[in-house]
Design a protein around this ligand. Structure first.
Ligand code: AMP
Ligand code: FES
Ligand code: ZN
Length: 312
């Protein structure tokens, strides 16, 4: 198998693109896909300051690496959720990677520790409020990402969600006809009101396998194990199903997700209508000031319940 571009020995085959690449041409392919995503979805401009949420996993560390190599100004945020050995290892990976990029580019890592801020890690917090850990975790991460981006005046917040993540999420939203979530499923969500950071997913054109190959080929040291709380989750099931379809017909994931984005763009002038909807329904949280549709935001409600709650 030879590289489609330079005809030297290929290191990876990409059936959905009917192509194979050597390391140099594969790196160029990956950066081109990210550059296309940034431009096509108007994610950010060269002078913007970007905050990348890094989990210590392959996607977010690869994203940070790619953005810096593309010449963007990107710092990162790691949120320590307090999930025992998993958090300890992922934190170490994020810190080690930050040390290498900090030396070669001007980039820094911010770290937030949930246990220090709220007195307990997410497993204990979830138990106190009787909610599944992953759902409490989602609320905490969204809140922490937004608060850090706003507090440190970043123009945009970027996460490492890839094509597999987005296609699996779309499948879940379609299976349950979650129309409200479908409206908001976009690789680029504008900062619709003051207090909400713009949120982007520059890896949405790359599959999980492609991002993993990028990380390995470029010697990015990441945490391989999945979060122990994710075992048996619906998202993993949807990913498995999509992978089976992809093996039978390469290109299925991309056709599914990118087809949805095209239809969505035709159906709604997304940014404008969403900003109007948000502006009409949002006001500052009475406790923390972040925008919310209720008197108190879901994060502050959760922390208030955790203070008075007891584990079942
Ligand atoms: P997940 O929800 O675990 O699939 O992660 C999706 C994205 O959220 C990752 O690619 C990261 O950009 C971000 N992320 C997840 N966990 C963390 C964390 N603990 N700290 C910072 N960013 C995170
Ligand atoms: Fe949130 Fe696993 S990363 S529960
Ligand atoms: Zn609040």
């Amino acid at each position: 198998m030879n590289c489609k571009k330079c005809h030297t020995k290929a290191v990876i085959g990409l059936p959905r693109h009917n192509a194979a690449f050597c390391k140099v041409c594969f790196n160029a392919f990956v950066r081109e896909q990210v550059a296309r995503a940034i431009k096509g979805e108007r994610m950010f401009a060269p002078q913007d300051r970007i905050l990348v949420a890094v989990s210590g996993g392959k996607d977010s560390l690869a994203l940070w690496d790619i953005l810096l190599k593309l010449g963007y100004k990107a710092d990162a945020l790691y949120v320590d959720l307090g999930i025992g050995g998993y958090s300890a290892t992922s934190r170490k990976k994020a810190v080690q990677f930050a040390e290498t990029v900090g030396a070669s580019h001007q980039a820094t890592l911010l770290t937030h520790t949930v246990q220090e801020e709220e007195g307990a890690g997410i497993r204990e917090l979830a138990m106190l409020i009787h909610r599944p850990t992953c759902s409490a975790c989602g609320t905490i991460k969204r809140y922490q990402f937004n608060r850090a981006a706003i507090a440190h005046h970043y123009d945009v917040m970027a996460t490492g969600h890839n094509l597999d993540d987005e296609a699996a999420r779309l499948l879940g939203n379609v299976l349950h006809w979650q129309e409200e979530y479908l409206d908001k499923q976009s690789p680029s969500l504008p900062a619709s009101v003051e207090g909400f950071a713009k949120k982007v997913k520059p890896l949405y054109r790359l599959s999980e396998r492609e991002v993993a190959a990028y990380a390995v080929l470029n010697r990015i040291d990441y945490i391989v194990e999945e979060c122990p709380m994710a075992k048996g989750s619906k998202m993993l099931l949807y990913k498995e199903v999509l992978n089976r379809l992809e093996t039978e017909s390469p290109g299925t994931k991309q056709a599914f997700y990118c087809g949805f984005l095209e239809k969505q763009a035709k159906a709604q002038p997304a940014a404008a209508s969403m900003a109007e909807k948000d502006q009409a329904s949002l006001r500052p949280c009475s406790t923390c000031g972040q925008p919310t549709t209720a008197e108190t935001c879901s994060y502050c409600k959760m922390m208030a319940r955790a203070k008075t709650g007891s584990p079942r």
